[in-house]
Design a protein around this ligand. Structure first.
Ligand SMILES: *Cc1c(COP(=O)(O)O)cnc(C)c1O
Ligand code: SF4
Length: 328
């Protein structure tokens, strides 16, 4: 089960008022932030709050998590389910779009709620946890679908589950003969690194490879506690991948991307995907035109190590799946 409001290092900030009391928004901004919070959840862990520079109005960490009135305006091209998961859902909690792999979404809670999230219409603290019966049905789908070679846990954030519950899900999937590899997509190592404790690391040891794809968008997210959490995973033999979203005001420069991908490598994380922003409602302030993203990626080629370069991808509208943007 997800933690309550009290974490090991203090209180997770879950309201406009809590952000104002922590000095992360101005008193004048509280009412507007509260209106945004009625629609899209707020969560800032003490660890992430500690990374923010409240004196910098353009702080790339705060920008990812602090609500903005602009979120209440949906631009004409923005859509509720930009990746079109719904038509590819054979049973609740499963998304099967590619022949050999499928997503399992055991819960929709996250350690933090990112203002640009493509699943923002569904993620949140109270909802989305599959019941025992629903989870059983979802796992049975993997068992009876022999085309599936890879089970990908996402959400929400699977590492918000207790070690016991996560371990039970991974063990059952690993016991399926045709499931060869497992993968977990998570923001926990950089958002709430204290959750990566011995019990959670042990839960990943299920006799088949469990890849962990860490979502991070700025070099400063690789602070010492995050790097230590990633070390604990790496030392347990867990291969680490990085996934990022290209975000205006966060990482939209060659220097910021260089710093981000190098910070990943230092933490033993192989940059895997840089996603073009999906047009979820109220996220226009984060959009970077595709041409600009392509030019940025071109400028990195040769400038940084080849193993530091992720694939630059976008989601095709209507559920066509991920396609490379380039450079080709
Ligand atoms: C992104 C995604 C995957 C994983 O794709 P990879 O290219 O293997 O990382 C699987 N299923 C769905 C529905 C996805 O959106
Ligand atoms: S952690 Fe992932 S799923 Fe959760 S709000 Fe952020 S981007 Fe969305």
């Amino acid at each position: 089960m997800p933690d309550g409001d009290i974490t090991r290092q203090g209180r997770t900030l879950r309201s406009a008022r809590a952000l104002r009391e922590a000095g992360l928004i101005a008193p004048a901004a509280e009412a507007e932030a509260a209106r945004v919070a009625e629609r899209y959840s707020i969560s800032v862990t003490p660890h992430v709050a500690g990374l923010m520079d409240a004196a910098d109005p353009a702080d790339p960490i705060a920008r990812q998590y602090i609500p903005d009135a602009a979120e209440l305006t949906t631009a004409p091209h923005e859509i509720e389910d930009p990746t079109a998961d719904a038509p590819f859902t054979p049973v609740k909690g499963v998304v099967h779009r590619y022949p050999d792999r499928a997503l399992l979404k055991p819960l929709l809670a996250c350690p933090v709620y990112c203002r640009f999230c493509f699943r923002r219409e569904v993620v949140g603290p109270d909802g989305g946890l599959l019941s025992e019966a629903e989870l059983d049905t979802a796992l049975a789908w993997f068992e009876r679908t022999p085309a599936i070679r890879e089970a990908i846990l996402t959400g929400g954030d699977p590492l918000m589950l207790s070690a016991r519950r996560l371990g039970a899900i991974l063990s059952r999937l690993a016991a399926v003969p045709h499931v060869e590899t497992l993968r977990i997509h998570t923001r926990v190592p950089v958002a709430e690194p204290s959750r990566i404790d011995a019990a959670l690391v042990a839960a990943l040891r299920v006799g088949k490879p469990v890849f962990v794809a860490v979502h991070a968008n700025h070099a400063r997210e690789f602070a010492a506690p995050a790097v230590a959490a990633l070390d604990r995973l790496a030392e347990a033999g867990v291969p680490l991948l990085g996934q990022s979203v290209l975000l205006r005001g966060v990482n939209d420069s060659a220097d910021a991307l260089t710093d981000l991908f190098r910070a990943m490598l230092r933490a033993r994380v192989k940059p895997y995907y840089l996603h073009s922003l999906d047009p979820a409602p109220g996220t226009a302030r984060f959009a970077v035109p595709e041409e600009e993203g392509l030019a940025l990626m071109r400028s990195l080629r040769g400038r940084i190590s080849g193993i530091a370069l992720p694939a630059f991808v976008k989601e095709t509208p209507g559920g066509g799946g991920k396609v490379p943007v380039g450079p080709s």
